[in-house]
Design a protein around this ligand. Sequence first.
Ligand SMILES: Nc1ncnc2c1ncn2[C@@H]1O[C@H](COP(=O)(O)OP(=O)(O)OP(=O)(O)O)[C@@H](O)[C@H]1O
Ligand SMILES: [Mg+2]
Length: 166
Amino acid sequence: MEQPGATAIAAAGSLATRTAEETRRIGRALGAAAHAGTLLALVGPLGAGKTELAKGVAEGLGVASVVNSPTFVLMNEHAGRLRFFHIDAYRLDDPEEAVAAGLFDDRQAAGVAVVEWADRLGDRLAADRLELTIQPAADGSDTRLIGWRASGAAHARLAAGVLADR
Ligand SMILES: Nc1ncnc2c1ncn2[C@@H]1O[C@H](COP(=O)(O)OP(=O)(O)OP(=O)(O)O)[C@@H](O)[C@H]1O
Ligand SMILES: [Mg+2]
């Protein structure tokens, strides 16, 4: 139970996937359950599976266009059940650059945003988010360990519904 006076609703957990399809399926479930203002912050090294998860989110939102990492732009936008904003902060040297480049758009509050390399945005990223840290297993297999932390009531509900029992 939430204590009276508690300021934040937070929830956290972890799960593992063994294939790219399994990671994508988690994304798909998140996309299907996402709400206006869902912010998924993806953290993890090159090749971890961030884009794989983002593609699943797009599928879950019913996005029909091809979703690839926004390599040469910071953000791609796709139409779906809710508008899908796909951001890749890999090339950012400075979070200020992101702000100057218009990375945070008011319209994101009405859509769903997925940010790859979210850690590069530092505290510029909204605190109210569901953060997923994807870590390849040390044994070199296809296993990915996914840790998650939800902030805010809506993200906590999303995580509880989709991630908690995996
Ligand atoms: N369990 C798994 N989950 C996700 N991807 C997996 C898994 N096992 C193998 N893979 C493979 O790992 C690769 C992940 O690539 P992806 O582009 O999603 O990584 P990324 O984190 O977005 O990397 P980058 O930082 O370069 O954008 C894909 O080739 C995918 O097929
Ligand atoms: Mg990627």
